[in-house]
Design a protein around this ligand. Structure first.
Ligand code: FAD
Ligand code: NAP
Ligand code: SF4
Length: 697
């Protein structure tokens, strides 16, 4: 039972996170702790049996102890959303679907608010509407300007959606007023050029959000939570200045909101706000400035992913509640584990976006790189119950990279006897290399999680052991899982054996010296990471078993031109520049003729490209590599042959699977991860494949 309402004061004092586990009294209702699961679109509502699946997904998070859940955005009417996101709440049939969700959450002792989201000009929808007919830079559709009656109709839709939400059993609603969506578009001069009573003065621009909140409150009564998500930093030109944010916040409070949530950055902003390269809790300072004048609880958010971090934010007094969204994809049991002082068992969100946001932008359902069962709860439950405990196998896993670790821990949790081997001195495989890239420090957390899971599930771990097939044939094992990973691809050109030609492993793992002018061959994820690493010349020793150092928030904000003084419109200084000049001259090359880095993640690739451009890295496409000699790298681009005068060449040209153990193996075996297929392999596929194989045994 994780109901903290009755925990005595001394009980809270004894917790490692006393502030996080303080209940919050809203008068008519109490939240059992200060953790909110923030709104995330998952694509479940549009899927077959989507609401049953969504009910299992939200139910699992409620069971995991979170104080309050906010659903993914639900449209007040279909035109207010993108064509592929048409889940609205406007009929009794839809209300019944939502009942499945609210019942599942309440059964677990949780509380849930429905987010009402009108996408305005961001809706990928030819019928999209907005205050003014100004297309967003990230959308092909120019919105239709709403008439006065049209504006009133939209306000009415918000109110009706809230009324439906109440009837469907929700504990409240969150009005989405940030991120550059419809309501935000009325507030900012950038998108509101109206001259009627809905545009011009601040009083006119905020009339719509205030009317929405007033209307909802009038309709739903006092015993229903209204959260308003307020854009505290727009991070776009002609966005709202913070002085206006304060006025809007006060008006929203007066209109009847119970809680103000923090929104950071419009979707079209060219400043990272949630990617892994953003320091933890990089934006709570702005919630703190808002909270100083607020009379109702304030929620802060963005890149808070551990109970320690959340407690620190509360202790500083930056906010009254902490919103975490992706951390609940990574681990539904986050809150329970924190409350039981088992934070080291939390599967931490590493901020990669690879299986959550990137999936949605690719039109797929969301899941999670570190938890491939996220949003597949109904399927996962079946794999847990079908297993026959009498059929426990004795399994050897070779390779303790992400694929092997995922398989080993999941298989052992199902009762199999699992022994894992690795030739390295520590678990983690390539993640030990990835975690040294500036901005990828979070990868450490995944290794900490797996290390603990190996212990908890009783996996026998044998490090510093390069396994041979004879060893595996000795009769000890019923099955062998080969998770031996990959070998870097070498380049078959003249001069490739020169001492100044290095593989990415030579640079990142073995710390071989690198010159000042460097050609990087191959512009995939690893080519970009090597460039980032070489720019900073940090050459860190592997940070091993220690938690990563927190990066400086001041450096981050200065680097991206975020106005911490809050005096500029949109809170942008216009003066963002890298805080450390590049230490090297880098050339990043690919054979393809398209944009360099085009295959990087949809929601993070632009950050990597921008970072390298800002540091003066020269990106070249359409390259044919001819040879490497004393002069440097000889290459041909189109018809032109030239020499790139570099002192080091680093090869990042992909990988080949390492399958050397297959030959001579007489025990049944399965290949997973890079050892199975190296092309296009990433940790998302490696972990998923490991988990699914374990679930099938
Ligand atoms: P590996 O991680 O390669 O693990 C294989 C293990 O097998 C190794 O530990 C090796 O020592 C062991 N082994 C091999 N042969 C034997 C043997 N005979 N006996 C004993 N042990 C053996 N992926 C992402 O998804 N997102 C990223 O942002 C990302 N960034 C990356 C950055 C860098 C710099 C690098 C190098 C990789 C990155 N990756 C990223 C890729 C990701 O790390 C790999 O896809 C993933 O590690 C593959 O997992 P795996 O378990 O198949 O293999
Ligand atoms: P990759 O993404 O497949 O990129 C390999 C690069 O090498 C490409 O630029 C490719 O482009 C080039 N190349 C391929 N064959 C070549 C050859 N024979 N000669 C010369 N160039 C060649 O692989 P990676 O960069 O090694 O990354 C490995 C995996 O880790 C990837 O699947 C990636 O998803 C994952 N990863 C992800 C991230 C992330 O941020 N999400 C970061 C790092 C790694 P051309 O063929 O055009 O030259
Ligand atoms: Fe976090 Fe990555 Fe999982 Fe998304 S996919 S929830 S960013 S770990």
């Amino acid at each position: 039972n994780h109901n903290y309402n009755n925990v005595p004061f001394w009980g809270l004092l004894m917790s490692s996170y006393p502030l996080l586990f303080q209940p919050l009294d809203l008068g008519f209702t109490q939240l059992k702790n200060r953790v909110i699961m923030g709104s995330m679109h998952t694509g479940l509502e549009e899927a077959e049996n989507g609401f049953e699946r969504a009910a299992a997904y939200y139910g699992a998070r409620a069971r995991g102890g979170v104080g309050l859940i906010v659903t993914g955005g639900i449209m007040p009417n279909p035109e207010s959303g993108s064509l592929h996101m048409t889940h609205s709440l406007e009929t009794p049939e839809m209300e019944a679907n939502h009942r499945l969700i609210t019942d599942a959450v309440h059964k677990e002792g949780g509380k849930i608010c429905m987010q009402i989201l009108h996408e305005g000009r961001y809706a990928f929808n030819p019928k999209c509407v907005a205050p003014s007919p100004i297309a967003a830079p990230i959308s092909p559709y120019t919105p239709e300007e709403l008439t006065h009656e049209g504006v009133l109709g939209e306000i009415d839709n918000f109110i009706k959606a809230a009324a439906f939400a109440k009837r469907a059993g929700y504990d409240g609603v969150e009005v989405m007023g940030s991120e550059g969506y419809f309501i935000n578009e009325f507030l900012a001069p950038r998108t509101n050029h109206r001259t009627d009573q809905w545009g011009g003065s601040l009083e006119n621009r905020m009339r719509l959000p205030v009317s929405v909140v007033e209307g909802i409150r009038e309709n739903v009564g006092d015993d229903f939570i209204i959260i308003y998500r307020l854009s505290m930093l727009d991070l776009v030109e002609d966005g709202s200045p913070f002085s206006e944010v304060l006025v809007v916040g006060a008006a929203i409070e007066k209109a009847g909101a119970n809680i103000i949530n923090t929104g950071i950055g419009w979707h079209e902003a060219r400043i990272p706000t949630i990617a892994t390269s953003v320091p933890r809790s990089a934006f709570t300072w702005v919630s703190a400035k808002f909270k100083a004048q607020a009379n109702i609880p304030v929620i802060t958010s963005n890149r808070i992913n551990s109970p320690e971090e959340a407690e620190r934010v509360l202790k500083r007094g930056d906010a009254d509640m902490i919103s975490m969204a992706r951390p609940f994809l990574a681990d539904p049991e986050f809150v329970n584990k924190a409350s039981e002082d088992k934070a080291d068992e939390i599967n931490t969100c590493i901020g990669c976006n690879q299986a959550c946001l990137d999936h949605l932008f690719e039109g797929k359902e969301a899941s999670c790189l570190v938890n491939p069962w996220a949003c597949r709860e109904t399927e996962h439950i079946k794999t847990l119950t079908v297993r026959d405990a009498n059929k426990a196998l004795n399994i050897a896993v070779v390779g303790a990279g992400p694929a092997g670790l995922s398989f080993a821990t999941e298989a052992a949790s199902r009762g199999h006897k699992v022994t894992i081997f690795d030739s390295a001195e520590k678990i983690g495989g390539q993640f030990n290399i990835a975690k040294q890239i500036p901005g990828k420090e979070e990868f450490y957390e995944t290794l900490r999680y797996y290390k603990r899971q190996l212990e908890l599930n009783g996996v026998e771990v044998n490090l510093n052991q390069r396994v041979s097939s004879e060893q595996l044939n000795d009769g000890s094992f019923d099955h062998v899982v080969l998770a031996t990973g990959v070998v870097p691809r070498t380049l078959n050109i003249e001069g490739n054996d020169r001492p100044n030609v290095l593989s990415y492993l030579d640079v990142l793992r073995d710390k071989k010296p690198v010159g000042k002018r460097v050609a990087i061959i191959g512009a995939g994820g690893i080519g970009f990471d090597v460039a980032e690493y070489l720019l900073h010349d940090i050459n860190p020793t592997d940070n091993g078993d220690h938690a990563p150092e927190q990066r400086s928030i001041d450096e981050f904000t200065a680097s991206w031109g975020i106005d911490k003084e809050l005096t500029h419109p949109g809170s942008l200084t216009g003066k963002g520049k890298p805080q450390h000049p590049a230490d090297r001259e880098l050339f990043l090359l690919q054979r393809k003729v398209g944009k360099v880095g085009a295959d990087l993640g949809k929601t993070t690739g632009w950050i990597h490209r921008t970072e390298l451009h800002r540091h003066g890295v020269k990106m070249m496409n359409g390259c044919e590599y001819l040879s490497i000699d004393d002069a440097g790298l000889q290459l041909r681009t189109g018809e032109v042959e030239s020499v790139l005068e570099v002192d080091t060449v680093v090869i990042c040209a992909g990988q080949e699977p390492l399958q050397e153990l297959v030959e001579g193996l007489s025990v049944p075996y399965t290949l997973i991860g890079g050892a199975n297929i190296a092309a296009g392999l990433d940790a998302k596929r490696a972990i998923k494949q490991g988990a699914e194989l374990a679930a099938s045994l």
